[in-house]
Design a protein around this ligand. Structure first.
Ligand SMILES: [Cu+2]
Length: 211
C-alpha cells in the first residue's frame, strides 16, 4: 500500500470516500492473486492474532455504501477466507458465521416491518417483469415470535426455498411452490432466518423474529 500523508488520510477518512485495506490484507490479496500458497500460509501464521479485527474491517467495507458495488463481494470473499483460517487456527467459528450473515445481508433491501393480517405476513414471489424477476417481495422483514409468514407465488414458475443451515436460528423448507401456490411457516423461535431459492441462487430473503 502506498504511504499517504496524514492530512490526505484524514481528509479521505472524513469523507469516507474510500476504505483502506490494511497492509496485511493488501499483502494477502497479492499472495492470493499470485497463487502463492506458501506466502499465504506464512502471512496467516504471522497475523493470527489480528485476524478477527481484519475480518471485521473487511465485513464493514463489504457493507459500506462507500465501497463500490463491484468490490463488495471481493471484500466478503477475502473476509471468508480469513475467517476459515481463523477457524482452523482456533476452532472459533463465530467470525465465519458473521461473515456469511453479513454477506447475505449485503444482498438484501433494508429491513421493513410490514403489517400482519390476522397475525400473518405475506411475502410475494411476484410475476417476472423485464427488469425484475425471481425475487421475494419484501425480501427482508422483521416480525414477532409466534407470527406466521405466508409466501405466495404469483409468478409463472415454481420456486423452492429453505432457511440456510448454520447461520439461521431454525430451519424451514418450502418444498416446490408451484405457480399459484403458497407456503406458510410459523416462527416460534426468535433470531435471524436467512433463506434462498435453490433454483435461483440470487433469490434471497430474510425474516428476523423478535421476542
Ligand atoms: Cu426461485
Amino acid at each position: 500500500m502506498k504511504r499517504l500523508g496524514v492530512a490526505a488520510l484524514l481528509i479521505l477518512t472524513a469523507f469516507g470516500s474510500q476504505a483502506f485495506a490494511s497492509e496485511f490484507t493488501d499483502k494477502y490479496e497479492s499472495a492470493l492473486e499470485a497463487n502463492d500458497m506458501i506466502l499465504q500460509q506464512q502471512l496467516l501464521e504471522e497475523n493470527k492474532a489480528k485476524l478477527p479485527d481484519e475480518i471485521g474491517a473487511l465485513v464493514k467495507d463489504g457493507l459500506s455504501p462507500d465501497t463500490p458495488k463491484e468490490l463488495r463481494q471481493g471484500k466478503f470473499f477475502l473476509a471468508e477466507t480469513l475467517a476459515r483460517a481463523h477457524k482452523d487456527f482456533t476452532g472459533d467459528v463465530e467470525p465465519l458465521k458473521n461473515v456469511k450473515k453479513k454477506s447475505f445481508d449485503a444482498q438484501l433491501s433494508a429491513p421493513v416491518r410490514p403489517t400482519a393480517v390476522s397475525g400473518v405476513y405475506t411475502i410475494e414471489m411476484p410475476k417476472a417483469t423485464d427488469s425484475v424477476k425471481n425475487v421475494f417481495a419484501p425480501d427482508n422483514i422483521v416480525i414477532k415470535k409466534g407470527e406466521t409468514v405466508k409466501w405466495v407465488n404469483t409468478d409463472a414458475i415454481a420456486h423452492v426455498f429453505s432457511a440456510m443451515p448454520v447461520i439461521s436460528a431454525g430451519s424451514f423448507s418450502s418444498k416446490s411452490v408451484p405457480a399459484g401456490g403458497s407456503f406458510e411457516y410459523k416462527f416460534e423461535k426468535p433470531g435471524e432466518y436467512f433463506y434462498l431459492c435453490f433454483i435461483h441462487h440470487a433469490m434471497v430473503g430474510k425474516v428476523t423474529v423478535e421476542e
